[in-house]
Design a protein around this ligand. Structure first.
Ligand SMILES: NC(=O)CCC(=O)C(=O)O
Length: 264
């Protein structure tokens, strides 16, 4: 199966972000992809944390989900729908949610980001817990022969989440890594998760200077189970495509049976 990681530089205009996401999904299909993934916050990188509340949807309703479902159906594509804000049970809180759409346009999986990002180096600071409510459930789904484990951005720093997905063939990490942390840690962590879990990793990211003055690292990539980077988009909008090769997965696991040697 050919897979595609779509990189975006989303802004505060929901309509414009949805148009850009549709265009990238079409481009992924034109390059032969059967599964495409969008980045974290693909539909909105607002000026304020509270913008997420204004655009939050209830499950099964709203323009963001309608666009993803229509694109999946019309393009006959599996879509890992980055993240979108879904209303939480708690007032004034949202879940940062990945919805997965099958090629018939149905939602087949929901994952709510478990680990909420916080960072403060004196010049930049983030605290997702101000408006987000964390998820609690690791979630995987099957896309034909592929078992895919879901995660979002900061989750990448918590290897125990990915162990919960073993065995699977692909780990998905839609992200909006900061430029500062991404420059140092993004590729290192993605390749580590691929090597230690002997899986492919698809990591679609935000990458560039956003209207809200945030700068994200980008470098959307696809990594193979030996830790090789198969495709990358350094900065700006674009699509990184690569093939999932079952023979490669089998070869890596047979030559170095580290997963079978786990003791804990
Ligand atoms: N949106 C996020 O979770 C950002 C995570 C990040 O930048 C990191 O360094 O971790």
């Amino acid at each position: 199966m050919k897979i595609a990681a779509c990189q975006m530089v989303s802004g505060p205009d929901l309509g414009a972000n949805l148009v850009a996401a549709s265009r990238l999904l079409e481009s992924a299909v034109a390059q032969g992809a059967q599964l495409a993934a969008l980045p974290e916050y693909f539909c909105l990188m607002g000026h304020h944390d509270s913008d997420k509340l204004a655009y939050a949807e209830t499950l099964g309703h709203g323009p963001i989900q309608a666009m993803l479902s229509r694109a999946a159906r019309e393009l006959r594509l599996w879509i890992i729908g980055g993240t979108l804000p879904i209303k939480a049970d708690t007032p004034d809180r949202v879940r940062n949610t990945t919805l997965v759409f099958s090629p018939s346009g149905e939602v087949v999986a929901r994952y709510d980001k478990i680990h909420l990002f916080a960072y403060d180096n004196g010049r930049e600071s983030y605290d997702e817990a101000r408006v987000l409510e964390p998820g609690t459930q690791p979630t995987a789904f099957d896309a034909e022969q592929l078992r895919v484990g879901l995660s979002v951005c900061y989750d990448l720093r918590f290897p125990e989440l990915y162990r919960a997905y073993n065995p699977c063939e692909l780990l998905a990490v839609p992200a909006a890594f900061t430029y500062t942390t991404g420059e140092k840690h993004w590729e290192l962590l993605l390749r580590a998760r691929a090597v230690e879990n002997q899986c492919y990793v698809i990591a679609p990211a935000q990458g560039g200077k956003h209207e809200n003055d945030r700068r994200t690292w980008g470098h959307s990539m696809i990594v193979d189970p030996w830790g090789e980077v198969l495709a990358v988009v350094p900065e700006g909008e674009g699509v990184a495509c690569a093939d999932i090769d079952p023979a490669r997965l089998a070869q890596v696991r047979q030559q170095l049976p580290a997963l079978a040697h786990r003791k804990l």
